[in-house]
Design a protein around this ligand. Structure first.
Ligand code: B1M
Length: 210
């Protein structure tokens, strides 16, 4: 079995203690960090399918999530690098009612790598908290809202609306997450949408430099 395949198997089994070592071994074998990351993202898809099929339950999903986070820690320095530009401050968070943070963390990592100073509010963030963070931090040029649950998409709408109605200026709002579509992003008044972390960094740079 290839090292990447081993990473996938152990991640899907939620082996958080084994995954970081296997990720390091996969790197040592010459695999690209981006390929290992993609393999781990694919594995989370497999975990999601197993959950949908009733083969696993929330605790197993949680263990897989922990294993993924530990694996990402190993490759993070290779993916981010040193940014020299400054695109201002980005406030990022997962919307209210939603506890998923792996995608949000990847987006945060990529935004940092293209030159944003990141203020990560975490998960389950109300619209009001997003607005307060824009008020409390200097030079906020971007607000990034992540959401993974269809049930909390109305909270994303509420967040974008409250940010736009706040009277605060100088920033764009970008949204994303598995159930979010470009059409939905436009409908709720977001300035940008991306389907993955790399796309979020590209879109953010485009918005801020416009
Ligand atoms: Co949850 N969960 N979960 N879960 N979970 C999903 C999302 C689900 C699709 C699983 C399924 O049913 N197949 C489903 C949602 C269905 C729906 O609403 N459409 C689901 C459910 C139902 C639930 C619970 C309700 C289960 C329950 O309790 N009965 C519950 C809700 C809790 C809550 O949030 N209130 C729940 C709980 C959990 C755990 C806590 C156990 C755990 C999360 C732990 C954590 O994040 N620390 C968990 C996990 C791990 C998953 C799956 C398996 C994996 C999510 C993940 O990390 N993917 C997920 C199934 C799946 O995704 N197929 C599932 C990897 C990650 C890299 O991808 O987050 O999509 P993702 O991020 C991507 C893009 O979406 C995008 O970029 C990233 C990659 O480059 N992106 C952005 C994300 N944010 C962006 C922002 C941007 C731009 C792009 O701009 C700002």
């Amino acid at each position: 079995m290839s090292k990447i395949a081993e990473v996938k198997t152990k991640l899907e089994a939620g082996k958080a203690k084994l995954v970081p070592g296997l990720v390091q071994e996969a790197l040592d074998e010459g695999n690209a960090a981006t390929d290992i990351l993609q393999a781990m993202i694919d594995s989370m898809g497999v975990v999601g399918e197993k959950f949908s099929n009733g083969e696993i339950f929330v605790p197993e999903m949680l263990m897989a999530a922990k294993a993924m986070s530990k694996g990402v820690d190993v490759i993070k320095p290779l993916l981010t690098g040193e940014s020299t530009s400054s695109l201002g401050t980005c406030v990022i968070g997962t919307v209210e009612g939603d506890l998923h943070d792996i995608g949000k963390n990847l987006v945060s990592m990529m935004l940092e790598s293209v030159g944003f100073k990141m203020v990560d509010l975490g998960v389950d963030i109300s619209a009001e908290k997003f607005v307060n963070a824009v008020k409390e931090n200097e030079n906020v040029t971007l607000v990034a809202c992540s959401g993974l649950l269809t049930t909390t998409m109305p909270k994303m709408r509420e967040t974008v609306k409250m940010l736009k109605d706040s009277g605060l200026k100088g920033f764009n709002v970008i949204v994303g997450g598995a159930p979010v579509t470009p059409e939905y992003a436009a409908e709720i008044g977001a300035d940008g949408f991306a389907s993955d972390a790399g796309g979020a960094a590209a879109k953010a740079r485009e918005l801020v430099n416009a």
